[in-house]
Write a new protein. Structure first.
Length: 344
C-alpha cells in the first residue's frame, strides 16, 4: 500500500554514507579482487583513492566513479541533490572536472509513489546543472529501500591529477567543510534535531566540492581526498597509510557544525561511527569517546581533505579565499611513527 505522506528516512536502515560497508571489510573485498596490471590505469584498486583514472593520451585522463545510498533526509528533492553532490565530489577530489552523469535509482514502487522518485531525480539533476553537466541516462530497479546516486565520468589533465597516497612529511592539512553531518541527520531520525541545525547540515551536503578542480592546478597541493562515510579519521588514515606518513591534528582547529556537543550528549551518534572506529582505531592514538564521535562521524558529501607543501600555506589560503573558502590548518603530517594519527 502506497502512503500518501512519507518520510524517506523511515525506509532506510542506514543514512547516506553512513550505510557504507566498514573500512575493514571494504579493504578485504578490494584486496580479494586483485590489482590491475594495465599501465594506462593510473588509479585503480591498488590505492584507496576516490575514483578510477585512465590515461587516454595527450596529457589527459578519464575519471570514473559511482556513489549511491539510501535517504539521509526526508525531503525527496534534497535527497537527490545531496546524493548527486556526493557522487560528483569523487571527481573533484581527484583534481578533475565532471563531464556527465548516469543515474542509479532503486525504488519500492509498492510503498512509495513514483512521483516522489521523480522529485529525487529532479534534485539530482539540479545539482548536476550547477556543476555544468547533465544526467545523460541511468538505470532503475524495484528495490525494498529507496536508493539513489550517480555514476560520473570526468576529465583531468594528468599533470593536475591528485591522489591520496602522495602526501609528504611537513605538509599542512586543511578541511573544506565542517564535520557533524552524521550526528545531525541521526538526530533527525530520532526526532530530536533542531531545525536550524538540520538546514545547516543540508546546505553543507548540497554544496559542491568544485574547488577541487582548482586545487588540482596547484602544484603545491601534494595530496587530496574527500571526507565521507569513513569520517575524517578514516580518510586521513588512508592518506597516511598510502603516503607512509603520520598526522598530528588539533581537535580545536577542526571545523564543525553548530551544536555537535549537544547531539553527542543526546546520543545521536550513528552506528557507522562505531564501525569506523572498530576498523581503524588501533592505528590512532587513544582519544576520548566524545572526540571519536566527532572525528569518526560518517560524513555525506563532506569536505575535501587537502595536503599542502610546507611553506605554501599562505599561497593556498589565498587561492582558497578567491574560491570563497576561508580555510585554516587542522594539523600537519610528520615522518611515520607507531601510530598513523595523533590527536591533540
Amino acid at each position: 500500500m502506497i502512503e500518501p505522506e512519507i518520510k524517506l528516512t523511515k525506509y532506510s536502515h542506514g543514512a547516506g554514507c553512513g550505510c557504507k560497508i566498514s573500512p575493514k571489510i571494504l579493504k578485504e573485498l578490494i584486496e580479494s579482487n586483485g590489482a590491475s596490471r594495465n599501465p594506462l590505469l593510473l588509479v585503480g584498486n591498488h590505492t584507496c583513492d576516490d575514483a578510477a583514472v585512465y590515461d587516454i593520451g595527450n596529457g589527459l585522463a578519464v575519471i570514473s566513479t559511482t556513489d549511491f545510498f539510501m535517504p539521509i533526509v526526508d525531503d525527496p528533492h534534497d535527497f537527490g541533490a545531496i546524493a548527486a553532490a556526493n557522487a560528483l565530489s569523487d571527481v573533484y577530489a581527484m583534481g578533475g572536472k565532471p563531464l556527465m552523469a548516469i543515474a542509479i535509482l532503486g525504488w519500492p514502487v509498492d510503498k512509495i509513489d513514483t512521483a516522489i522518485a521523480a522529485r529525487v531525480l529532479e534534485g539530482g539533476r539540479s545539482v548536476c546543472l550547477t556543476a555544468g553537466i547533465e544526467i545523460a541516462g541511468g538505470h532503475s530497479i524495484d528495490n525494498p529501500e529507496p536508493v539513489f546516486g550517480l555514476a560520473v565520468t570526468g576529465m583531468v589533465e594528468t599533470n593536475n591529477l591528485k591522489r591520496n597516497d602522495t602526501a609528504i612529511p611537513g605538509s599542512t592539512l586543511y578541511l573544506t567543510k565542517p564535520l557533524g553531518v552524521g550526528l545531525i541527520t541521526t538526530a533527525q531520525k530520532k526526532g530530536v534535531v533542531k531545525n536550524d541545525d538540520l538546514k545547516a547540515a543540508r546546505d553543507v551536503m548540497i554544496t559542491l566540492n568544485a574547488a577541487g578542480h582548482d586545487f588540482g592546478k596547484l602544484s603545491y597541493v601534494n595530496a587530496m581526498t574527500d571526507v565521507t562515510g569513513f569520517g575524517l579519521l578514516g580518510h586521513l588514515t588512508e592518506m597516511c597509510e598510502g603516503s607512509k606518513v603520520s598526522a598530528v591534528i588539533d581537535t580545536g582547529d577542526i571545523p564543525r557544525l553548530d551544536n555537535t556537543d549537544y547531539y553527542i550528549e543526546n546520543k545521536t551518534v550513528p552506528g557507522g561511527t562505531g564501525r569506523n572506529w572498530e576498523s581503524y582505531g588501533a592505528r590512532i592514538e587513544s582519544i576520548p569517546d566524545d572526540v571519536i564521535a566527532l572525528l569518526a562521524d560518517p560524513q555525506t558529501s563532506g569536505g575535501l581533505l587537502v595536503s599542502v607543501n610546507p611553506g605554501k600555506e599562505n599561497d593556498f589560503e589565498t587561492a582558497a579565499k578567491v574560491l570563497g573558502l576561508n580555510l585554516k590548518p587542522i594539523g600537519n603530517l610528520i615522518e611515520q611513527k607507531d601510530k598513523l594519527i595523533y590527536v591533540n
